[in-house]
Every structure is written in C-alpha cells, then in structure tokens.
Design a protein around this ligand. Structure first.
Ligand SMILES: NC(=O)C1=CN([C@@H]2O[C@H](COP(=O)(O)OP(=O)(O)OC[C@H]3O[C@@H](n4cnc5c(N)ncnc54)[C@H](OP(=O)(O)O)[C@@H]3O)[C@@H](O)[C@H]2O)C=CC1
Ligand SMILES: O=C([O-])CC(=O)C(=O)O
Length: 522
C-alpha cells in the first residue's frame, strides 16, 4: 500500500492461485513507516509491510499480483492489477477507503527481472538477500535490511518520511574508477538530488573491475546512507541500465603511450555505441545521459546516435569542469581591478561570476567565453581590462588545466570532476538563477547560433529545473570569439568523420587536426 492508497501495476507473467486478503493505506509510499500490522489491528493478511511479511528480509523483492474486489465504490478501473516492487506505481483503490477486500497471488517472475534473464540465458544464481539473487556475471545488491529499515523507523520523523519522493534509478559506468569514487558518495548522501530523494545506484563495471566494484558497493553500504535504497552492480549494460532515469557514463579507456587519438575515438566510441544501444532498449524513455568518459563530446554523439528512440536533447557531454575552471581562473587573476577586489572583500565569490560559457569541445580547442561573462554583474572585459591576458593566458590556462593537473598529480582530475558532475546535474534539476546560465555539451540541431548541426557542442543553457534545458539566445559574438568557435567546431566535425562507422554514417574517414588533444594531454 502507499500514501496514496492501495497499489497496483501491470501485466502478469506466471503466478500462483488467487488468495483472499485485504489492503489498506499504511505507511509511506515505500513502506517506510511500517510497524507491526498485527498490533495495529490490521491482521496478517492485510497488504502492508509487517514484520511477518518482511520475514527477516526473505519477503523483500517478492512480486505479488493484487486486485481490488467486491468494493465497487472504491476499486479503480483496470482490474486485475499487480503490485510491482519495490515502489508502487499505480493505485487499485481510492485513497482513504479504509480496508478494501482484495485477492492476491505470488508471482513467480517479475517482468523486469525476466527480461534480464532472457538476455543472460540460463545462469545459476545464489540467493544473497530477500529475493535478490546473485550470478557470477552480475550481482544485485541491496543494503542490509535491518540497518536501513530500523534507521528509517527511528530517525525519520513522520513529517520527513511523508515528503520522501519516489525512488530514482541512477546508472553509473566506470563505477570502480577514480571519478566515481568521489561521485557515488555525493549521490548517496543526498547532496545531488536532495535530502528527500531516495535513490538506487546501478553500477556498471567490467570483468576487469568486478572485484573493485564489489568493494565500492560494500563501502556504499557501510556508509549507512538512508537515501540509498539499492546498490546493484553488473557488467551487462542491458541489465544495469534497466529503467535508468539518469545515466552517468564515466568509464572509458584512457589514452595510453603510443596511442593515436583516432584509436581512442574508436575504442571508446565502441563502448558508447554499445551503451547507447542498451539505453535505447531498457532505460527510462526520458533518461538523462551525462557522458564524462573522453573524448566526451564525440562519445555523447555516438551514444545518442545509437539510441534513436530517446530524445537527442537528453544527452550531455560534461564541460562543466571547464566552466568551473574558467570561473576559478577569472577570480584568481592577479590583475583584478579594484572593483573585483572590493567584491571579494565584500564576500562576493564564485557565485558572482555568471554567464560563463564554454563553447565547443572538451579539448584544448574549447573556448572559454569572457565576452559574455560577468563578475558581480559587470562585464568581465570591464573588470579585467587586460584583453591580451584574457585572450592568451586565461584562455590557455583553462584549455590546458587538465594537463597541468596530470603533470602535478600523476593522474587526471577526479574530485573536481565529480564536483562538476554534481553541478551539472543540479543545474538541470534546479531552476537557473535569473541572469545566469550554465555550459553543457549538447546536440546542436536547431541551435540559434549557426553552429554546425549534428554534433555535440558545449553551449550556454538555462533550465526550469525539470531536467530539461533551453539554449540561451541573448549572447553576443565578436570576431575573436567566433573564430575560436569555428576552430573547435572544425575539430568536432573531424572527430565525427572519424567515427562514421559508429554513428551509422557509413565509413570512417579520420583527418584530425594536428593539435587535437584532450585537456589532459600535453
Ligand atoms: N569530461 C571531463 O570533464 C573529464 C573527463 N574525464 C574522463 O573520465 C574518464 C574516467 O576517468 P577516471 O574515473 O579518472 O578514470 P579511471 O581510470 O579511474 O577509471 C576509468 C574506468 O573506465 C573503465 N574502462 C572502460 N573501458 C576501459 C578500457 N578499455 N580500459 C581501461 N579502463 C576502461 C574502467 O572501468 P571498467 O573496467 O569497470 O570498465 C575504469 O574503472 C576518462 O575517460 C577521463 O579522460 C576525466 C576528467 C574530466
Ligand atoms: O584529459 C583528460 O583525460 C582529463 C580531462 O578531461 C580533464 O582534466 O579535463
């Protein structure tokens, strides 16, 4: 049952005989306020989470068909119906009708799991917890029940749990890598989607990273995050991306010694072609995809081309790190005029640097735009009057920041990248403040600037906070800015020609410009 009344869902596969029972409104939408239905007077045959049904975890994850019967005033149309764990998806009866007579039957297979089994073929499975089974190839984990269940009961006040939202599924690839090691804990803590948003983390790894992935899942579990309702790990994107509402695609092969950039485009492109196909097949129809693995713009293009049933607009290449780096460089400039010094003294900080666009590719041709940017509402060009510094030192420092960091740190930025992924997601799920915008690598079809269509190009965006965005129209260009934009556009068009075999355009023809480099390459 749920906050909104007794629950139902869709079609039925195999099932046992129907049994008579009752259902009632009871507890939170996720069963979070479950107590003992017996002591509450509902009895054992009432569909609400009880100690008996919980059965030390053995009942969790089971699927039941449930239909509302003999209550013409209260039953919703469309019977019979099915309970779809872990979250109810529809109602079978009117809200607040008290106890309604129902019939239920245990389903032997859940439709969503059946599709996973079909993909894998028959594979021996071992029970891990509740109804979660584990195969050698993929493991579905759930946080230890007593801890989460009791923590919810003891710590969460009625007011708090009432406002908890429906669970969202977040898939993360490269989950055993450095960036994920920072990001996953931010996601689980509620820092990204908010303190009332329960999440399921679905972690994609590979044979090579599987043990590490198990370690990551253990660390997440041991962190006792109340919002983290499920951690699942696997190596099959068709399984891991099932119902994903966010897909954070971080895993990619790093460029090794002697490797051409074209090789990298091809190797990583294949990863993103496969993942695009998997998203297309099994993810939520409105999944938001954030491609981080490099070369991220062209990987995002490959991904969206392989997911023709998903909106191309939902695919992003992460250029938020570059935007953050540009803001940092502007504020760190030693040539601050007195206006900026005053702003700093008055406690004005990065939030007062606004309208910073990164145009183009996440590479050394990217264009950090100081023409449209503002500091404390004043044009950057007025605050920092040294145009030569802006055009040369500032621009280059942003373009090559990743490389300098690798030289010093011995590996590419991970913590600041994770922070920028958080920023990028939050920019899509919170309304953009008036007078500001954010950068994201998005699909260029229909762009208002005259940038070539059919590539993924970083541009200025605004969001109403609903996960979607619009491109900002009120931007100005000068010769310097436009010339630089054309250069990064040429690079992306060349990258696109290199991966024609992966985007469905036919043969690849690779003529990358000489200076084509990732930010981290020198
Ligand atoms: N857009 C941006 O702003 C930034 C992008 N990046 C990019 O993000 C990506 C991940 O960085 P980071 O987490 O630090 O990298 P790590 O090397 O720590 O992890 C990368 C993960 O990629 C996966 N991977 C996929 N295919 C291969 C392969 N063929 N060979 C080796 N590993 C592979 C591995 O996981 P598994 O074995 O499970 O597949 C590995 O855990 C890189 O492509 C990096 O260039 C980094 C910083 C900024
Ligand atoms: O170049 C890399 O691999 C790392 C990277 O993207 C960055 O630091 O911006």
């Amino acid at each position: 049952t749920s906050d909104h009344g007794p629950i139902m869902s869709h079609d039925m596969l195999e099932a046992g005989p129907w049994n008579d029972a009752h259902a009632t409104l009871y507890g939170g939408a996720d069963g979070s306020q479950a107590k003992d239905t017996m002591s509450q007077g509902y009895g054992l045959m009432t569909a609400a989470l009880s100690n008996v049904l919980f059965n030390d975890g053995a009942g969790c994850g089971s699927c039941f068909g449930i239909k509302c019967i003999n209550a013409p005033q209260s039953c919703k149309p469309g019977q019979p119906s099915i309970c779809h764990q872990p979250m109810p998806s529809q109602l079978i009866a009117e809200y607040k009708v008290g106890i309604v007579p129902v019939q239920y039957r245990r389903r032997r297979r859940c439709p969503e799991r059946a599709s996973k089994l079909n993909k894998l073929g028959w594979t021996p499975m071992e029970r891990k917890w509740g109804q979660y089974r584990e195969t050698a190839k993929s493991r579905l984990r759930s946080p230890p029940p007593p801890r989460l269940a009791s923590q919810r009961r003891e710590n969460a006040s009625d007011e708090k749990t009432k406002s908890w939202k429906s669970l969202i599924n977040i898939a993360v690839s490269g989950a055993a890598g450095m960036i994920s090691n920072h990001l996953l804990f931010k996601l689980a803590s509620g820092e990204v989607f908010g303190p009332e948003q329960p999440i399921a983390l679905k972690l994609l790894g590979s044979e090579r990273s599987f043990q590490a992935l198990e370690g990551v899942a253990m660390e997440l579990e041991d962190s006792l995050y109340p919002l983290l309702r499920e951690v699942s790990i696997g190596i099959d994107p068709y399984e891991v991306f099932q119902d994903a509402e966010w897909a954070l695609l971080i895993g990619a092969k790093p460029r090794g010694p002697g490797m051409e950039r074209a090789d990298l485009l091809d190797i990583n492109g294949q990863i993103f072609a496969e993942q695009g196909k998997a998203l297309n097949a099994v993810a939520s129809r409105n999944v938001k995809v954030m491609v981080v693995g490099n070369p991220c713009n062209t990987n995002a293009l490959i991904c969206l081309k392989n997911a023709p049933d998903l909106p191309a607009k939902n695919f992003h290449a992460l250029t938020r790190l570059d935007e953050n780096r540009a803001k940092c460089q502007m504020m760190m400039n030693q040539k601050f005029t007195s206006i900026l010094q005053l702003a700093l003294k008055a406690g004005v900080f990065y939030d007062k640097v606004s309208k910073v666009t990164i145009w183009g590719n996440h590479s050394t041709t990217q264009v950090p735009d100081f023409l449209n940017a503002k500091i404390n509402g004043i044009s950057v060009k007025e605050v920092i009057t040294d145009t030569k510094w802006l055009e040369e030192e500032f621009t280059e420092s942003v373009q090559k920041r990743g490389g300098v960091l690798i030289q010093k740190w011995g590996r590419s930025s991970a913590a600041s990248t994770a922070v920028s992924i958080v920023d990028a997601i939050r920019s899509l799920i919170t309304p953009t403040p008036p007078g500001d915008w954010f950068s994201s690598g998005v699909y260029t079809d229909g762009n208002p600037y005259g940038i070539a269509e059919d590539i993924v190009f970083s541009m200025p965006c605004r969001s109403e906070g609903n996960g979607d965005y619009e491109l900002v129209k009120e931007v100005i260009f000068d010769d310097y800015l436009w010339k630089r934009i054309k250069k990064t556009e040429a690079e992306l068009l060349a990258e696109k020609r290199c991966v024609g075999h992966l985007t469905g355009e036919g043969n690849a023809f690779c003529d990358l410009p000489e200076d084509t480099m990732l930010p981290g390459e020198q």
